[in-house]
Design a protein around this ligand. Structure first.
Ligand code: UDP
Length: 273
């Protein structure tokens, strides 16, 4: 059996050395933590689902020109990713007030924000991921000014794209956290999207009922945690073990063209013969 070299173990993921230079294997665990590790638990099957959801969203983002670390899925819980130097920031994008934002500013959870708001937090468990102003990020060289510009514009594009994508499957994207890394290739360095995008780091509310479909179910002991993660995957059409075809809305089903293309007709004719 191949012994793999562990590189890093986080709360929900583990990184191993990849098969080729410049690659890593990202392994998704079922472990869940909240409140800076104060609450710990297991969400059965979460790793498998987050692997699929993150793969799907990273590929979609890549299609609109967002560079990401994702290379390919290796198995149910693992994906091959590009090695990056992580920018030590948690980039939070908010469309609707919730969580710590609501608490800090006394804004009711669920209040629509007038425009998307970006917050940077320093990645430091020891300090409890404090919010940092861009000025401080630059002063301490956690990111260069041009890198912060790239991160901000990519974060807003990602937000626009994901908001629309989730809306299409009946889910409202309330807020999310993403991370970026520096990818070195030859003499060039590029900021690319890293880490993961999954219900672990997004707030996703059912469009009709407002029901929470994300890690808040675990954080707040709301129950049906596994079910919520599975439902997000199902709506995106990536539930493991099911077809990759996204769930069709009523209008999509009705719009299905009744007329077959010439090519399809000729195939049918040939088969009949
Ligand atoms: N988030 C995350 N990891 C963190 C902190 C926040 O993925 O360490 C996500 C969280 O799931 C939510 C968004 O970032 O979608 C905003 O979180 P918030 O600042 O409201 O913190 P929380 O209420 O989770 O403490």
């Amino acid at each position: 059996m191949n012994r793999r070299i562990p590189i890093y173990e986080g709360k929900a993921k583990q990184l191993f050395e990849g098969p080729e230079p410049g690659t890593l294997i990202q392994h998704f665990k079922d472990d869940a933590t909240a409140f800076n590790n104060a609450k710990k638990g297991v969400i059965n099957g979460k790793g498998v689902i987050n692997n699929r959801i993150s793969e799907y969203l990273m590929l979609k983002l890549n299609e609109i020109g967002i560079p990401t670390h994702f290379i390919r899925t290796l198995n149910m819980r693992e994906q091959l990713v590009k090695t990056v130097e992580i920018v030590p920031l948690e980039v939070i994008v908010r469309n609707v007030a919730a969580g710590s934002f609501s608490t800090r500013f006394g804004v009711e959870e669920g209040a629509q924000l007038p425009y998307p708001i970006i917050e940077f937090c320093l990645k430091s468990d020891k300090l409890g991921d404090p919010i940092v102003a861009p000025e401080i990020v630059i002063a301490f060289q956690w990111a260069q000014p041009n890198e912060l510009e790239d991160i901000t514009s990519m974060a807003l594009r990602i937000n626009d794209f994901l908001s629309g994508l989730f809306l299409g499957v009946g889910i409202k994207l309330i807020d999310f956290k993403i991370e970026f890394g520096r990818h070195y290739e030859g003499n060039t360095v590029q900021i690319i999207l890293a880490d993961e995008i999954s219900p672990d780091c997004c707030r996703l509310w059912d469009l009709k009922t407002g029901e929470k479909m994300d890690k808040d179910r675990f954080r707040r002991d709301l129950g049906k945690v596994e079910e919520a993660y599975r439902e997000v995957a199902r709506r995106l059409g990536v539930l493991p073990g099911e077809s990759d075809t996204p769930v069709k809305t009523k209008s999509q089903i009705q719009k299905k063209p009744a007329i077959l293309s010439k090519a399809k007709k000729s195939v049918i004719k040939k088969k009949r013969k």
